[in-house]
Design a protein around this ligand. Structure first.
Ligand SMILES: [Zn+2]
Length: 89
């Protein structure tokens, strides 16, 4: 079932240090180191979630420690695999 999450406003978000293997997560692709990191779990548990809204997210990449501002358009939904996240985007 397709669901939509709409964000508005500015959010400081914290990257999750652990991801549940096989679980779907919502996060960002760091443009600096090209690695994904998750900031929340996908409530649909399926990746069938649409993200929208004018929000801004202040997040620090847990891989290279670069802090930057992301937008909803930068969000990616991906399934975490054993040994690391795998992009579906
Ligand atoms: Zn990074």
């Amino acid at each position: 079932m397709e669901r939509e999450i709409s964000f508005s406003g500015a959010f400081p978000v914290v990257a999750r240090s652990t991801m549940r293997p096989g679980g779907w997560h919502i996060g960002f692709l760091c443009p600096n180191c090209r690695l994904h990191f998750a900031v929340m779990e996908d409530p649909t548990e399926s990746g069938a979630v649409t993200l929208s809204g004018p929000a801004r997210f202040q997040a620090t990449c847990p891989h290279c420690k670069q802090e930057r501002e992301y937008r909803v358009a930068d969000m990616v939904v991906f399934e975490a695999a054993q040994g690391g996240p795998t992009s579906s985007a």
